[in-house]
Every structure is written in structure tokens, then in C-alpha cells.
Design a protein around this ligand. Structure first.
Ligand SMILES: *[C@@H]1O[C@H](CO)[C@@H](O)[C@H](O)[C@H]1NC(C)=O
Ligand SMILES: *[C@@H]1O[C@H](CO)[C@@H](O)[C@H](O)[C@H]1NC(C)=O
Ligand SMILES: *[C@@H]1O[C@H](CO)[C@@H](O)[C@H](O)[C@H]1NC(C)=O
Ligand SMILES: *[C@@H]1O[C@H](CO)[C@@H](O)[C@H](O)[C@H]1NC(C)=O
Ligand SMILES: *[C@@H]1O[C@H](CO)[C@@H](O)[C@H](O)[C@H]1NC(C)=O
Length: 272
């Protein structure tokens, strides 16, 4: 067995680092799911016979996930892989922990404990994010009966998720932004410009680890939709067979029938 009380340079380093993080500050990591993530300790050389433990928990680091200790001169490292599916790797030199193919469920608090006569610990907060999806731009006025001039109201939206924000940029300047802590609600952000045709507008969805952009193509969103709106403002109210000699009537909705005999469909403006 090793002496519990000799002063090793690595222990001095541990003490030094404990003092420099005396504020009890937690190191925060933000990672993209699927990546291989290493929780770096900043230690360069832990004592070779140190007892090294890692704990994890969604809120508090309570579950032991790695236990590496010296036993009769041999290092025995156990991984508790029912939680991490054989994806953990401890570096005994630095104490760093590598997590392969990290998932969102691996978010939480990780605690490193190194015991070399005395026990020291460090806490790490890890947030794992899915990549944000590409925002979609539609014309908000599409389903409304509005005048053609008002009908171009670009509306950007994206599926929400943890820490997702949605923003409009005019050239390089951010002009509006939205986010919501309710991840189940899709995020919507109108452009809110009366003449969105002269500048370049870009809708940007972002979370701390990824960004997706969609540029507004005014030709796609507005001109085409104006044509659709013109059609959508009328509803079919009456049909009659081709070649019918029946006298035309004024329909009850107040619209007038098309005079052309070959045109059997009658349209009426929608009342809103
Ligand atoms: C790490 O967190 C635990 C609670 O989970 C706390 O008891 C401990 O003091 C913390 N350690 C440091 C170095 O902040
Ligand atoms: C373990 O950590 C040490 C110190 O940071 C580093 O030099 C070494 O390359 C690491 N070993 C592996 C297998 O990553
Ligand atoms: C990564 O993990 C996910 C589940 O979280 C799994 O579906 C996928 O196959 C894994 N990929 C690799 C390369 O192991
Ligand atoms: C749109 O812009 C006008 C004028 O700048 C402002 O009064 C209005 O609140 C804005 N609406 C939204 C939804 O941002
Ligand atoms: C905008 O959309 C139109 C019609 O789909 C297309 O012809 C044009 O190339 C697009 N412009 C840009 C800048 O993508």
C-alpha cells in the first residue's frame, strides 16, 4: 500500500487548483449530441496510485459511473455502463473523462473526485443539444382575406427546443428575435416590414451549439402568393351543367354569375 500522507507534486497541483476555483464555480460545457466529448480537468499528472471517481446525475452527481483505484499494485477501473452504454473512457493521467456519442439524456452534473490521502472534487455541468432545424418562411397572410398590398407578411418559424432562438436579420443587423422556454410550442416570428423587398432578410434559428439560416426570397413568398390569394378570396357557390339553357339567377350571396355560357362555375366574394 502507498503512504497516505506523502506530499506528491500532483497533490500540490490539486491543492493549487482547488484554491483557484475557491468560488465553487461549476465548469459549464455545451455539446452537440452524437459528438465525442472530453470533460477536461486541466490536471496534467494525477498521482499514479490516486483513487479516481466520476459521478453523474441529471440534477446532482449522485450515481457512480467510474471507479478507478490501485489494488495490490494494479490499477482496476470499473465503468458502470448500464447508464452510459460502454461509451466512457477515463484518462488516469489527467483524470479527464471522455464520453463517446453523447446523447441529450447524458445532460447533467458530473463530479470528479480524486482521493490521494485527502479527497478533492470538481463539478461540471454538461448540456447536450440536438442540432437546430432549418427555419421555414411562409406568407402569414396566405390564409387571410386581405388586400393584395397587405398580403406580403413573411412569417418565419422553427421547431422549438432547449435554448432555441429565432431571429430576423436585415443585411447583417439583427432586427428581431424570439425564444420560449416552452419547448413543445413551435416558434413563430413575423418579419414586420411594410416593404420587405429592397434589403436582404435572413431568418436564423440557433441554439448554443448550432445555427441554421433561411434567406427570404421575396419572389417565392409574396408574388406567387398574391396570385393564390386572388383565387382564395372566392368560393364556388353554384354549378350547373354545360349547355344548360336555364335563365341565370343572382345568387343569394350577392355575387353575379359569369355571363359566358361555357363557364359553369359561379364565384362569390367571401364575407369575413
Ligand atoms: C460539487 O457539488 C457537490 C454537490 O453535488 C458539493 O457538495 C461539492 O461541494 C461541489 N464541489 C465543488 C468543488 O464545488
Ligand atoms: C491523457 O491525458 C494526458 C494529459 O492531459 C495526455 O497527455 C494524454 O495524451 C492523454 N491520453 C489519452 C489516451 O488521451
Ligand atoms: C449514437 O447513439 C444513438 C442513440 O443515442 C444511436 O442511435 C446511434 O446508433 C449511436 N451512434 C453510434 C455511431 O454509435
Ligand atoms: C411591428 O412594427 C411596428 C412599428 O415598428 C410596431 O408598432 C409593432 O408593434 C410591430 N409588431 C410586431 C409584432 O413586432
Ligand atoms: C427566388 O425564387 C425564384 C422562384 O423560385 C427563383 O427563380 C430565384 O432564383 C430565387 N432567388 C434567390 C435569390 O434564391
Amino acid at each position: 500500500m502507498f503512504s497516505q500522507y506523502r506530499i506528491h507534486p500532483a497533490l500540490l497541483l490539486l491543492l493549487y487548483c482547488l484554491l483557484c476555483s475557491a468560488g465553487g464555480e461549476v465548469v459549464r460545457l455545451q455539446e452537440l449530441e452524437g459528438n465525442t466529448v472530453t470533460i477536461h480537468t486541466g490536471l496534467t499528472e494525477a498521482q499514479s496510485d490516486a483513487h479516481i471517481l466520476w459521478f453523474y446525475g441529471p440534477e446532482n452527481a449522485e450515481i457512480k459511473i467510474v471507479n478507478s483505484e490501485s489494488f495490490e499494485g494494479k490499477i482496476i477501473t470499473n465503468y458502470y455502463s448500464q447508464i452510459f452504454r460502454d461509451s466512457l473512457q477515463l484518462n488516469r493521467t489527467s483524470g479527464s473523462l471522455t464520453i463517446r456519442n453523447i446523447s441529450r439524456e447524458d445532460s447533467g452534473v458530473y463530479k470528479l473526485q480524486i482521493i490521494t490521502g485527502i479527497s478533492l472534487d470538481w463539478n461540471y455541468s454538461v448540456d447536450v443539444y440536438a442540432p437546430v432545424l432549418k427555419p421555414v418562411i411562409r406568407n402569414q397572410a396566405e390564409k387571410r382575406s386581405v388586400s393584395l398590398r397587405e398580403s406580403c407578411s413573411p412569417l418565419c418559424s422553427v421547431e422549438n427546443g432547449k435554448d432555441v432562438s429565432l431571429s430576423w436579420y436585415e443585411e447583417r443587423e439583427r432586427i428581431s428575435s424570439i425564444s420560449s422556454s416552452d419547448s413543445s410550442e413551435r416558434l413563430y416570428l413575423p418579419l414586420n416590414k411594410t416593404n420587405p423587398d429592397c434589403s436582404t432578410y435572413t431568418c436564423v434559428a440557433a441554439n448554443p451549439v448550432s445555427t441554421q439560416t433561411t434567406q427570404l426570397n421575396i419572389t417565392n413568398i409574396c408574388i406567387k402568393t398574391v396570385c393564390e390569394d386572388a383565387e382564395l378570396n372566392y368560393a364556388e357557390v353554384k354549378t350547373k351543367p354545360h349547355g344548360s339553357n336555364e335563365a341565370h339567377e343572382v345568387n343569394r350571396a350577392g355575387g353575379t354569375e359569369v355571363q359566358d355560357q361555357t363557364e359553369p362555375v359561379v364565384y362569390s366574394p367571401i364575407r369575413t
